[in-house]
Design a protein around this ligand. Structure first.
Ligand code: MRU
Length: 351
């Protein structure tokens, strides 16, 4: 799946190459990150996005920052700058804490090489964890009797959101590889339309899918057209309450009302053990123009942005919501599937 073209982030000399997700699905373009400011901008402006990929990019951002000096002040400044980019994804602070813990005890002269090695390890571990999430999720999909299995997802929790494979889409790719027919309903995910990234991924992978308006999800669930809902996560509290892209909660409610199992797929790096329940999860509030404006291709295939509401329109734009553990059938992790309240059983050793 990951090829010369289909990748999210990789090293190139002493720079980092990313796929610019703000231009997809209409335009494919890569960008070089050469310095701390480039990495911080890429996360803040969502050139890279998705909790695991935000974490990997932040780790590489620390490595880029240390190119010009790796003293304590530079290390702290890099971590503070990157931590301030986006508030909700647990993987961001998890990756920065791991970089700090690895680098701070080292002599300054060794930190630069160690930073690249640690960022590389974080990326490789993310890919490996997601691969295992795919295997565990495949077992869930395989239990459903009829074919094709109809899944529903929200936002983009595919390989674009990670170092490789994705989280919610990893089982979909595993199903494809196992010859198990699946079809995926993909909600548009207003206002940033990350569902279009999912559609692009699934098209590239040759996996049958249907784009739906966000508001169509409840109707399709009620009509019995969906066997299983699977979404990613930006932060999972210790009790299993899960923050994910805005609109996830409504899908979980509609799934529960219609007896459709609702699963969350995420690696351990997304679990915030210090956060006892969802009420402590910080929810990012983004700018109002994301709602007032819509972008796309015009009739000449040129990218254009149009206003759908006057600039004066007051807007609330929370980027995430919290789905209570009670609505979640199970959490699919790299160590298996568990009830939301049983995460500790799978990860007893984590602080
Ligand atoms: O605002 P985004 O695009 O970074 O939000 C992404 C999501 O909400 C994803 O579902 C989540 O990060 C899981 S990605 C594997």
């Amino acid at each position: 799946m990951i090829s010369d073209r289909l990748f999210t982030i990789r090293e190139e000399g002493d720079a980092v190459l990313i796929l610019d997700q703000t231009l997809l699905p209409h335009q494919y373009a890569t960008r070089h990150l050469n310095a701390l400011a480039d990495a911080a901008h890429a996360i803040r402006a969502m050139l890279v996005r998705g909790a695991p990929l935000i974490g990997v990019t932040a780790a590489y951002g620390v490595a880029l920052a240390l190119k010009d000096g790796a003293g304590n002040e530079a290390l702290q400044h890099a971590c503070d700058t990157l931590a301030a980019t986006r508030p909700t994804a647990a993987n961001l602070r998890w990756a920065l804490a791991r970089m700090q813990a690895r680098l701070a005890p080292l002599p300054v002269a060794q930190r630069r090489d160690a930073a690249w090695a640690e960022a590389r390890a974080i990326a490789a571990e993310d890919a490996a964890a997601n691969r295992r999430i795919g295997e565990h999720g495949l077992a869930l999909i395989g239990q459903i009797a009829h074919r094709p299995v109809n899944l529903m997802t929200h936002c983009n929790a595919g390989w674009l959101a990670t170092a490789a494979w994705g989280t919610a889409l990893a089982p979909v790719y595993a199903a494809r590889d196992a010859g198990l027919p699946v079809h995926v309903f993909v909600s548009e995910t207003r206002p940033r339309n990350q569902g279009l990234l999912t559609v692009w991924e699934l098209h590239e992978a040759g996996i049958p899918h249907t784009l739906i308006a966000d508001n169509a999800a409840g109707h399709l669930l009620r009509q019995g057209k969906v066997d299983l809902v699977i979404v990613g996560a930006d932060r999972i509290a210790a009790n299993g309450d899960t923050a994910n892209k805005i609109g996830t909660y409504l899908k979980a409610l509609a799934a529960r009302d219609n007896g459709v199992p609702f699963y969350v797929a995420a690696p351990a790096a997304t679990i915030d053990w210090q956060c006892p329940d969802g009420s402590g999860i910080p929810i990012e509030e983004r700018g109002g123009d994301e709602l007032r404006h819509v972008g796309g291709l015009d009739r000449q295939d040129v990218h254009a942005t149009v206003a759908i509401a006057p600039d004066r329109t007051p807007v609330a734009n929370p980027a995430f919501d919290v789905t209570p553990a009670a609505l979640i059938a199970g959490i699919v992790t790299e160590r298996g599937v568990c009830a939301p309240g049983e995460l500790r059983r799978l990860f007893p050793e984590l602080p």
